[in-house]
Design a protein around this ligand. Sequence first.
Ligand code: 5AD
Ligand code: SF4
Length: 453
Amino acid sequence: MSATVYLETFGCQMNVADSERAAVRLRAAGFNLGDSPENADVIIFNTCSVRERAAHKVFTRIGEVRRQRLSDEPIVGVIGCVAQLEGATLFDSSPLVNLIAGTRATDRLPQLIGRALDGENRIIDLDERREGEKWDLPATARTSKYVAFVPIIEGCNKFCTYCIVPYSRGREKSRPASEIVAEIKELRDHGYREIHLIGQNVNSYRPHVNSYRPRTEAGLEGFKGATLFCRLLRAVAATEMERIKFTTSFPRDFHPDIVAAIDEYDNLCEWIHLPVQSGSDRVLRMMRRGHTASDYFKRIEAIKNARRRMSITSDIIVGFPGETDADFRDTMKLVEQVAYDGLYIFKYSERPGTPAARLDDNVSREEKTTRFLELEQVQRRLQQTIYERYLGREIKVLIERPSSKSEDDLTGHSTCHKVVNFPAPAAWLGEVARVRVTQAKSNSLYGEILSAP
Ligand code: 5AD
Ligand code: SF4
């Protein structure tokens, strides 16, 4: 009988995409994929280390599994970002942990698990991808049947001083455009309505210099653009995939030609996630972001001058070492000026091994919380005004799943990436519907379907 593997995923969309790919490789190798850790022979945690709390989650989960499975001892594997960073020390965290695989070992997971099942102890693989290991994922193997994440670049070369990602995911590696475009065409042919191009910094997509072999511009021929990412956007738009979104953008690499491309193609959605982290030039310098608040504003201006009204979202870190009250006021001012459609606020969390970890983490926990709440309140007020502007308007929503709040409602995202709920029959899942907005809530819109899809 073949072994059952249970795979649990924490963290960002890149981890979700990695887990989808791992699941395909495991099924192809003859494993069963289980949906709970209770009866699985092998339990794999795909981990995140971006903040301390995220990194800690895996240890809590291992403890829970251990208590649940006192009588038999499943093999526990740790993969992803925590695995890459902690390496063999994880073996000491629990006697159950017998397999450690880093962020680029996805394709080798079946063999690694096979070895563990054969009784080998303490298996570890933190290596790079090997030649011939691809990122491809068949359309039939995705978590969602309507929205697909398509990695275009992994890793990061920016080394912002607070950030662990360059260490957990290594240097930037782009995926050949021809492979990306082929995957999107396949998704389109299988009825997918929306794709997200994903990467830690999609704007620095450069397959001719930083891809796994081959280093090539193949797939971009005939598409113009100020950067290779702009050319890729146009090549992807030309597949006629219905809705195309991309995350995450990086201010320094965000070329205004991205806005021009969005202006040209209606299927490039009117939403940009452009994290700023701080509104203080002093803090931005300490974070080594490579831009000032005013540089950032120039990008925002370009986005606001687009043909369609764009949604803009951002990430902010409060309480970076040395952040003064005046610095924080600068952040508040920037947030007021931009008026974001959505904001993810994080309290600074020291990550071992990053340059900022050598600084004195001197903003007290209380102060971080105070700033967090103050910023959250300002954002709530600004967001309310923005959301209310949608009242009475018609938007296009991809119906993705039943609402968790009401049995009669379904939920999905608009092209501007707002969460929208509305009453509709379950048969409409996967359709794109025209919805008139009737209520603006704090983090979502509510509406009624205007016409059956
Ligand atoms: N502490 C707090 N927030 C962080 N982020 C990244 N590293 C840290 C850290 N050490 C946030 C940033 C980033 C988002 C994904 O997580 O805002 O954009
Ligand atoms: Fe977490 Fe960053 Fe790794 Fe994604 S890349 S899983 S956000 S640490």
